[in-house]
Design a protein around this ligand. Structure first.
Ligand SMILES: [Fe+2]
Length: 133
């Protein structure tokens, strides 16, 4: 069974944001499955790096778009992005230093974060994008 399934409730109705989110969900699933299957540090580390890299890329796409439309919610939206990146990079540093294990708490944290962020903050953004389109 898929750990984190994409569903219509998560759709914000903007094609680049929705397709980025599907890819992010896919990466959270990969991380979860690799942990559940007991994969070693090397594989987990690779998936975690890819997840962080893609998240940064996706956040940048959203932020660039917000600036392009002079979005009023830019600062607070970016703050949520920055905070998440800080937390995940800290986790990665601990993991790389060998004093932090990745556990299913990591995938559930990421899943919850994404669902909450998409349902409110990204939906607000997609709505604003539609208004200026
Ligand atoms: Fe966002």
């Amino acid at each position: 069974m898929t750990y984190f399934s994409w569903n219509d409730d998560l759709k914000v109705g903007n094609s680049f944001i929705d397709s980025d989110h599907q890819k992010l969900i896919n990466l959270v699933n990969q991380l979860h499955d690799a942990m559940a299957q007991g994969h070693g540090k090397e594989i987990l580390g690779k998936i975690l790096s890819e997840l962080i890299r893609y998240t940064q890329e996706h956040f940048k796409r959203e932020e660039d778009h917000m600036q392009r439309i002079r979005y009023a919610g830019y600062a607070s939206h970016k703050q949520e992005h920055d905070k998440l990146i800080r937390e995940v990079v800290e986790l990665q540093n601990k993991f790389n230093a060998g004093n932090g294990m990745l556990s299913v708490q990591v995938s559930s944290f990421l899943r919850n974060w994404l669902v909450n962020h998409i349902m409110k903050v990204d939906k607000d953004l997609a709505f604003a994008i539609k208004q200026v389109a």
